[in-house]
Write a protein that binds this ligand. Structure first.
Ligand SMILES: C[S@@+](CC[C@H](N)C(=O)[O-])C[C@H]1O[C@@H](n2cnc3c(N)ncnc32)[C@H](O)[C@@H]1O
Length: 197
């Protein structure tokens, strides 16, 4: 089993960060732009350089927690955003983290860990545990088949497969092919809004 903290830190050190868009993704930015209540508590797990957290914070959503297993992107984020509270930059394994949020944002986190069924189900359960009653999990999940390769990321999946993990814990409010993906991800991701049961 790989040491995940070391694995991801090495990827940042070696600049092997092909997932990094360098700006907030269009679907998430569009979703954020229609939120009215800026008081809500938001968690972005597996946040990486988290241009989404930066966008939210700069637009008045002050209660955004940025969580990553690797210190490296959190340090980079702090340098980019010196006024962002340091106690909202959390270096921890998502699966060990405790908290209660109104909204959790997913983007290229689910696809980043080896696609064992038990791990994927654990992700869904953990997400539900981190949400307040009626809290929402919102984000993007890749829509391309798993290849059986357990090493090369990102790991794919299908809407039907994802729902087997999420449905026990969430009501599906929307889960459709994403219409406004960034060009490099066009036609290859699903946009979902799930409300905790
Ligand atoms: C593929 S990157 C995506 C980063 C970011 N979501 C983005 O869209 O740019 C996956 C991120 O998840 C983090 N990560 C992987 N496993 C984690 C875990 N168990 N707990 C917290 N973070 C984790 C990695 O360090 C990495 O920053």
């Amino acid at each position: 089993m790989i040491n995940e903290k070391k694995y991801w830190s090495n990827r940042y050190r070696d600049k092997k960060t092909g997932w990094d868009l360098g700006k907030p993704s269009t679907p998430l930015k569009t979703y954020f732009d229609q939120l009215h209540n800026k008081e809500i508590n938001i968690l972005i797990p597996g946040a990486g350089n988290s241009y989404e957290a930066e966008y939210l914070y700069n637009n008045g959503f002050l209660n955004v927690d940025v969580l990553d297993i690797s210190e490296s992107p959190l340090t980079t984020f702090a340098v980019r955003n010196p006024s962002f509270p340091s106690d909202q930059l959390i270096e921890e394994n998502f699966f060990d983290y405790e908290g209660q949020y109104d909204l959790i944002i997913e983007q290229t986190f689910f696809c980043s860990f080896p696609p064992e069924q038990s791990k994927r189900l654990h992700y869904a359960k953990k997400m539900s545990e981190l949400l307040k009653p009626s809290g929402k999990l919102v984000g993007l999940w890749f829509d391309f088949p798993l290849t059986g390769d357990m090493v090369k990321r990102p790991f794919g999946g299908s809407k039907a497969e994802y729902l087997t993990y999420l449905s026990p814990y969430f009501k599906t409010l929307t889960f459709e092919k994403c219409y406004n993906s960034v060009p490099s991800r066009a036609d290859s991701e699903l946009f979902g809004i799930f409300e905790v049961r």
